[in-house]
Design a protein around this ligand. Sequence first.
Ligand code: WT7
Length: 567
Amino acid sequence: MKVLKALPGKHWLAEYDETNTYDWKDAEQYFSWATTGKVNMAHEAIDRHAEGERANKDALIYFDGTTEQRFTYADMKRLTNKAANVLVDAGVKTGDRIFIFMPRSPELYFALLGALKVGAIVGPLFEAFMEQAVRDRLLDSEAKLLVTTKALLPRVPVGELESLEKVVLVDEDVEESDTLLDFRKAFEQASDVFEPVWLDREDGLILHYTSGSTGKPKGVLHVQNAMIQHLMTGRWVLDLQEDDIYWCTADPGWVTGTSYGIFAPFLNGATNIVVGGRFNPDFWYSVIEKYKVTVWYSAPTAFRMLMGAGADVANHHDLSSLRHVLSVGEPLNPEVIRWGKEAFDQRIHDTWWMTETGAMMICNYKSMDIKPGSMGKPIPGTQAAIIDDQGNELPPFRMGNLALKTPWPSMMRQIWNNPQKYESYFFKGWYVSGDSAYMDDEGYFWFQGRVDDVIMTAGERVGPFEVESRLVEHPAVAEAGVIGKPDPVRGEIIKAFIALRDGYEPTDELKQEIQAFVKEGLAAHAAPREIDFRDKLPKTRSGKIMRRVLKAWELNLETGDLSTMED
Ligand code: WT7
């Protein structure tokens, strides 16, 4: 596959050869470090355009179904400057971890980009997180400041967070104190002039917590340098052109919502639609119609829910503005691609990547034939392979570990506070993804599943250990094992097997109580939709729950080798 010339007006990635070469140095000309040696993401994403021809172009359009707010690149520069000044006055310094925990709103974007102007490392938290999830992340990262709302504040155990110095509330009528600060008041008064803190390419940018199969969520640190890949995949894969109206449906609490909901579109000077409120098929279609969305990046779960709503709902809207539709997060079923062709006359382009990769890695391009069911091919300048457990590359059609040759520009640089964990991803020059896949004889990659027990439910990654840990905190639960169970709409749902303590009866009320307990502690999406009570759970002699056996029970499969199981 060959990358070649960027041809504005045509697809950015227009030609291929089989070498897939691209010299990433070539992209450096687009950033300020090429001339000054220093850089700042917020400058590259916002200020650069505000100082040039795109000053009066819409940068961000926020719509929640009732109210709409529009901000040009010039507006965004002033407003993120204000936010930066508010944060500096609150004591934020370069390298501090600043968390943002609030529903989507323009202020979220001002605060996030303002924090980046100060050189802080931003930790965005999904608004559905409950107390334990919030506590784990703020403690592990030693967050210094949190931007949140009154409604979410009860989920922040402020008293237990030693490093947390200030909580900034984005609401009307905030009663200020030593720790509580009124964002709107400070924002009103703040100057709209700010010189971004100039950083090195390897300085911190963003910290996304994500789940593995063991242990608490881990903090994946990305650095400024990732912008190279955000910019270039915005061109090559999203195919962003000057007149595009772009909509990424992901929340900035997840990596898709930052890399492709903020960085890639703004680095490319696009008009970026941000939609607040809940998913609803009719509302989503109306957004496409109202704003004449041209490039749309979403997830299989959402597409499947739209598909479930029926062709009628789609037919009530004019979706003809769409010219490029993409998907990420889980396998994209060929059936959904067929439906997309019917519903809005577009073939949905699958893309594969992970929180840890920071940006897209394996993709279907606009200029390439889609093979429905395949994730596509590696992006220019990167190399992917299927390797066995010894690190040998496997030939086409052999299933194995999906691995990426290190490094690439947006590769994570740290697991926060956990260098051993970080090292564990790498093996003989490869980053090992945890996914199993095969490659066909034309170099297309085909996803097969996770190698570990990580659950992908409705596009969100949930670690079974985190759910199990919460479950066993419930007084009725003696032991818990959690697996992903295949589901036609959500990809997988969370299923828990539970052994009760003596004296508890396995009733439906208890099931509901336990589900609510996980929701209140972690987040609604982490709660098991199904619970089975069992007298005993399968465990190894060392006491580890054997999720593989639970899975076999669930799917009526052979349980395989049970030699390590306790009697
Ligand atoms: C895991 C990463 C950054 C994207 C959002 C999810 C699964 C991702 C695909 C795809 C099949 C996919 C993998 C991966 N996944 N994209 N196109 N086809 N599976 O990021 O939460 O870090 O999860 O999502 O299993 O390892 P994440």
